[in-house]
Design a protein around this ligand. Structure first.
Ligand code: HEM
Length: 234
């Protein structure tokens, strides 16, 4: 079973998981840099974010990257499920005395659960903003004669205390970033290992970079809804 279908060998499954995982890490960096514009206040901040959103949804190369991201998420999820199934098939009976902590860290042993939480977040998040941007009713206004959708207003309203659900939304986003952080804590360095990039010299650097990435990126993402909620208090 595990040797047929989309990824014929366990090695190809690992490569695909690593390649899609690292590609999604790049997406996270790009997405974070764009979202950091939400920290800019006033009309200038609103215009900058909305122009950025217009560029992201209309510029042809970015559109191609967007489709690559959707495809990357799908492939990462399907491959993850196949890997879990293949691992279970290879070891159908759990060891009587399983001492997981001695062999692998908490994140490493819970990648599937963490991945499921991240997927649930992405689904909810796409509904919150992506769906509204593309298919919802969003007010528009002109910047230098170009009509733009006010996605900035949508995001502000979503995380603003005037919306009764905002505190729950902020909490949900922060908790999701913790899950993303733990998922990356193991996943980032593990992807390099899957490609065989392991050496006494480079492994400590890769692991250090992975840990830094898994703390800094989710923390920066989490700070956005918290900030947008706080600045709209009173
Ligand atoms: C917590 C702070 C975040 C904010 C404020 C935010 C905001 C947004 C907004 C406004 C959009 C719609 C604009 C567009 O379609 O380009 C969007 C799209 C998206 N977001 Fe986020 N995001 C956040 C975190 C994340 C995280 C952590 C992930 C992944 C784990 C993520 C994944 C996505 C994806 C996949 C899309 C669709 C992108 C596309 O269509 O190219 N976002 N986000």
């Amino acid at each position: 079973m595990s040797n047929k279908g989309l990824f014929p060998s366990s090695l190809s499954k690992k490569y695909a998981m690593a390649a899609t995982g690292l590609f999604l890490c790049l997406f996270l960096v790009g997405h974070l840099l764009g979202n950091l514009q939400l920290f800019q206040s006033g009309e200038a901040g609103r215009d900058a974010f909305n122009e950025y959103a217009l560029f992201m949804t209309t510029f042809p190369l970015v559109k191609v990257l967007s489709y690559a991201t959707y495809f990357g998420i799908l492939l990462h999820v399907v491959d993850g499920i196949l890997l879990v199934r293949a691992n279970r098939a290879a070891r159908p009976v759990r060891y009587v005395k399983e001492n997981g902590a001695a062999n692998a860290g908490w994140s490493s042993r819970n990648m599937a659960v963490l991945g499921t939480v991240v997927l649930a977040f992405i689904a909810a998040h796409m509904q919150n903003f992506w769906y509204v941007m593309h298919f919802g009713e969003v007010s528009t206004y002109a910047i230098d004669g170009v009509e733009v959708k006010d996605l900035h207003g949508v995001v502000m309203e979503f995380f603003g205390p005037a919306n009764g659900m905002a505190l729950g939304a902020v909490l949900f986003y922060v908790i999701a970033q913790v899950a993303i952080g733990f998922h990356l804590w193991h996943g980032f360095a593990s992807a390099f290992q899957s490609f065989g990039l392991r050496s006494e010299k480079y492994t400590p650097w890769i692991e250090g970079a992975g840990k830094a990435f898994s703390v800094v990126v989710p923390a920066a993402f989490a700070s956005i809804p918290v900030y947008l909620y706080i600045i709209q208090l009173s």
